[in-house]
Write a protein that binds this ligand. Structure first.
Ligand code: ATP
Length: 512
């Protein structure tokens, strides 16, 4: 069922010009995708919502746009050269490559699925009287399975934190995990695999000229910390925001745009006085959750998930997880990064990265609170929340993309009632030419009105304007609303302000 939903979402994205497989005519390139005409508009709107909510709505947050290529020492300092690894394992039967931690996580998910099955069965049996919490806490089989999951999770976290590849292999063997392709339980040793893509400068041979495609945008912010602070005269606490491409050589590439090799991040580093990280951590957790909820994602679709194993740079970390069609998964990370990055860059560059605090008359390296979200994952979350198949009163169905109006690719479609009537066509084009100064709209006369409405529903257009004979005689049009399908008669001169007000992003900002 969830699988069907996901398949539907993927094909909807393709058929309606949102997302295509990259290089499709050459059978595609795994985990790389292109955004089509509607997709790039929606993606830009998501980025605008993030950017403005950070940079425009906060006096103490400024934005930058740093380069993808950075001095190679950056990645030594950040720890990516030595520690940005995933544990890789090959199955001897199929030669298929897996992430060892993902194999173990999938194994835990299978046990979890058994628990869920028991719960569903019991629910059916006991009906309204069923108390799920009590059942989970008292049923012997469930308790045993839950304990097993907890023990595996703890052991996995320990092995991951300590980089213990031998234990990861031991776990795969102990749990008798088999390859999904060959069924074989024969595995190679687990080894670390660095996720950074590298390339070579043309004018410098060998290691010296080795460059990396950045695996995160954050480091471009850290190395510019003093430049930005000095040129904008910001005082702590203040933040630097950035949106840009990042690249990771992911071993397991699946679930559409959830895990890509080339993707985009929206990251904000908030520089604070050491010792204040706990309160800022709570502040940004709450602020970021509000940002998601303002879009109308139901509370039940989002949850916090504390990290089991902390990254080398963090003293606290939490994910905001979203319920994708394939389950709750990380959408955004909020990390308390201490002074790790700035200290490291100080050490390797030999340049001071300190802040003079006029309040305390002290120089110190600030602490950092980071919020980091993938644009593409946000796109997937937005699409999966918005796409609904509705059954109408007459029994027919329609696919409607209930996007928040300010995120919709096209805000209004203008169509003449009859496409072979010159006067109606002329008037519709005139209205279209007026409205497009204010927002993105389109003219369409390539089908019957009913068909054109459906087409706009599928791409999330909040308004359709039909130009009919009343428009010519009385100066009024029919304004049709996407979600309710209600139709109002509206004077042409009021259209622009009505639609403009409705699709304005300020409605989202006011909820923050
Ligand atoms: P995961 O555990 O899913 O690999 P991560 O913890 O490595 O993610 P971060 O390094 O915290 O991710 O990156 C911040 C955000 O960037 C993530 O929350 C996610 O939205 C996005 N992101 C990370 N890797 C990818 C990817 N391969 N494809 C798309 N988005 C990604």
């Amino acid at each position: 069922m969830a699988d069907d939903l996901f398949k539907k979402l993927v094909s909807h994205c393709k058929e309606n010009g949102f997302i295509y497989q990259s290089s499709e005519i050459y059978d595609g390139l795994a985990a790389v995708y292109d955004y089509g005409p509607n997709g790039s508009l929606l993606k830009n709107n998501i980025k605008e919502y993030w950017w403005k909510s950070m940079v425009q709505m906060n006096e103490n947050i400024v934005g930058i746009d740093s380069a993808i290529f950075m001095h190679p020492k950056t990645w030594k300092a950040s720890g990516h050269v030595d520690a940005f690894n995933d544990p890789l394992v090959d199955n001897k039967g199929s030669n298929k490559r897996y992430r060892a931690d993902v194999l173990i996580e999938d194994y835990m998910a299978k046990i979890e699925a058994k628990i869920t099955k028991d719960v569903v069965k019991a629910k059916k049996r006991f009906g309204d009287a069923f108390d799920e919490k009590q059942f989970r806490e008292t049923n012997g089989r469930i308790i045993e399975r839950q304990q097993k999951i907890d023990a595996i999770a703890a052991r996995l976290a320990k092995a991951m934190t300590e980089g213990d590849m031998v234990d990861l292999k031991a776990q795969i063997e102990e749990y008798e995990i088999a390859c999904e392709v060959s069924g074989s339980k024969e595995w190679t040793d687990v080894r670390q695999f660095n996720l950074m893509f590298s390339t070579q400068l043309g004018n410098i041979a060998g290691e010296e000229g080795k460059l990396y495609l950045r695996p995160e945008t954050a480091q471009g912010i850290f190395v510019n910390f003093l430049n930005v602070q000095k040129t904008t005269r910001q005082k702590l606490p203040f933040g630097i925001a950035q949106i840009g491409k990042a690249f990771r050589n992911e071993i397991v590439a699946r679930q559409f745009i959830f895990r890509m090799r080339e993707f985009e991040q929206m990251e904000m580093q908030f520089f604070i006085q050491p010792g204040t990280q706990k309160e800022w951590y709570e502040h940004w957790k709450e602020t970021r959750m509000k940002w998601h909820l303002a879009l109308g994602h139901g509370q039940e679709k989002l949850r916090f998930h504390d990290h089991d194993n902390l990254a080398h740079y963090a003293d606290a970390a939490v994910d905001i997880q979203f319920e994708f069609p394939f389950g709750f998964k990380e959408l955004e990370g909020i990390h308390s990064r201490t002074d790790f990055d700035l200290n490291q860059h100080q050490e390797l560059s030999g340049k001071k990265l300190q802040y003079f605090d006029p309040k305390t008359n002290e120089n110190y390296v600030p602490y950092v609170l980071e919020t980091s979200i993938g644009v593409d994952r946000m796109f997937l979350a937005t699409m999966s929340n918005a796409l609904v198949e509705e059954t109408l009163e007459n029994g027919s169905t329609r696919d409607v993309l209930r996007l928040p109006p300010s995120l919709a690719p096209v805000k209004c479609a203008i169509m003449p009632l009859k496409r072979n009537n010159e006067e109606l066509v002329g008037k519709a084009k005139e209205i279209y030419n007026q409205l497009r100064y204010s927002f993105n709209c389109m003219y369409d006369d390539t089908g019957s009105i009913g068909k054109l409405y459906r087409r706009q529903d599928a791409t999330g257009t909040p308004f359709c304007v039909t130009v009919d004979f009343d428009t010519l005689e009385k100066g009024v049009v029919t304004l049709r609303h996407r979600d309710s399908m209600e139709q109002d008669v509206v004077p042409v001169e009021q259209l622009e302000s009505m639609i403009k007000d409705n699709v304005d992003m300020k409605h989202l900002f006011k909820k923050l």
